[in-house]
Design a protein around this ligand. Sequence first.
Ligand code: FUB
Ligand code: ZN
Length: 690
Amino acid sequence: MWFQRPLSRRQFISSAASLAGASYLARPLFGSPVGALGLFSDAPADSWRDQGVINLASSPHAKLKTVPVRAVTIQEGFWSKRRATNVNSSIPSMHAELIEHGRMDNFLRLAGKSSAPQRGPVYSDSDMYKWIEAVGFVLQSEDQPQLRQLAQTDIREIVAVQEPSGYLNTYYVQDRVSERMLWQTQTTGHELYNIGHLLQGSIAYYRATGDPMLLEAGMRFVDNFLLPNYGPGKNQKPIVAGHPEIEMSLIELYRTTGNHKYVDLAGYILQGDPRVPLNPRQITYMFCGIPFTSRTHLEGHAVRAMYACCGATDYYLETGDPSYFKTLQTLSDDLIEHQLYVTGGVGARSEGEAFGDAYELPNARAYGESCAAIGNMMWNARMLAATGKALHADVMECALYNGINSGMSLDGRTYCYRNPLAYDPIADAGDRHTPSGRIRNPWYDTTCCPPNLERTFASLPGYFYSTASDGIYVHFYDNSELRWKLDSGNPITITQTTRYPWEGDIAMRVSLALPEEFTLSARIPGWSRRTSVKVNGKLAGQPVAGEYLALRRTWTANDLVEISFDMEPQVIHANPAVADDTGRITMQRGPIIFCMEQLDQAEEAPDQFPLMSAKLAGDTSYKYEPNLLDGVGTLEHSGAIEETSSTAALYSAGQIKRSARSTSLKLIPYYAWANRASSSMQVWIPYIES
Ligand code: FUB
Ligand code: ZN
């Protein structure tokens, strides 16, 4: 496997125990330009500017601290194109879709400003909140007055229909009021899921603009409606998350306000309330309702499980509870050893949008929901902060470049809900999420994935670097500039110049205001079998794949780090226990996983697609094609095409007479598939030995 094996259980328990002994840091209360709730008082008025995607600045059990989104400028290169498409095409067109499909009417109706009936599923409010979060992250990088204006208007309309009690939901109104927050409703009704997304959206928007209006609405829900009436107390009614999401948002609310009651509430929800009589099927599917620390493997609805793991890791980062760390490590091992697609996607089964059994990783039937891959990245970002282990950054990078990136079309206007690893447009036409055989669609009635992709691309700069007590960590590579400070407060600039992921050379200029000794930890990806690193022209350290290379020295005003990764195309085999990949290989170059689309193949016989094989010991050549798929690297690999025809018997006793002639296979990056005419696709290609 190209992922390095994780820590042994003994190692992580001892590391958790030492972390648990650390004392909780006193937190400042943060300043706000408005401060209507009076909760933000004595911190600098604009401290909201310095908070990361998740704000780990005062998290006592985070080995690594996030840097703000605005500290990193992604310059012209791989991600700048995707991010520009996100801002100029996806986010505006998604807003138009949300309006057209009644998502704002649902709010306006409650203010008497729309006569349209309620539309969309119970989680429809979250579509708006996730879209606002995407805008919030965009605005953390640059001002976009039109998007800011749209978001501001929506926020005002949303907040206007919050009830005096603090309750806010557009579905459980009128004749559904009596169903509100019954435990039975909570299992499917998504009331707290919606509020979780409101909190995340409001925090991203607040960190962009300093405007706390939506954040204060979220706090009113939690403070005035939820906390007094729901919880473990005798006079309180029980909470069950139903769809985990509220947990991580409550902890981010704590990180924004400094009020520990939100961590305690998240802890209660993660523990599950025994007064809610759930059946085993619900406990599996919802990935909540019993103590998180009793989980032994990933199962059930993939997005629910990933979001639960995010919330539990956030809880660990604030409390240092070793039983959480132990469970998280067990689940992380399960993910990486048994349940992770080579694309970084997760969720094998359509039925229940769920994890499968160990090694159950079908290709054509893979669910691989975009939201689940995003949840995987979000969870591994938290595990990275908790452990400092490069393994988690490897998983993040894999998901980001492949199973997440595939979710949005190159023009940014259509989205995959499922991200299968093999596709036949005719066979898939009946699938719920591939209507009419189109895997990419501009809208889904369950439209969780599009705004989730948008918020992820918008928040990307926040994942490139971390700071730590001993210096700075470099996780991701692309043309970019970091302007931030070390823990000592010393300003630092790091400028990356590269053609990554198409080329493996990176030049990093490191500049400090004052010379300082610290460690610059550069991630050596698990896939790079040979890496060289130089500092100011001299070979430095001994890079190990799947680890950080610690470069400790006194850095000055203009140091140069040159990294060279191994960009040889690699033939990847799956563990033999993955039955669906038996006799197949896939190809990887750098962080990019490749696939074959029928329409790129020289042979014009679509029905013979399944009969094309890769030669195991064949030659591979790489080229960058600037005019293909917005500019991609492609692979040519020697292959063979079977001449066995459909006239052969279906079954024969003894050996089948096979004859194959040589051909050349063309592979494109998986993320770019399904961006041209409808075509069959496969990531895992059958191979022949010679
Ligand atoms: O339930 C809300 C969202 O809808 C889930 O996260 C997705 O999997 C989809 O089912
Ligand atoms: Zn989704």
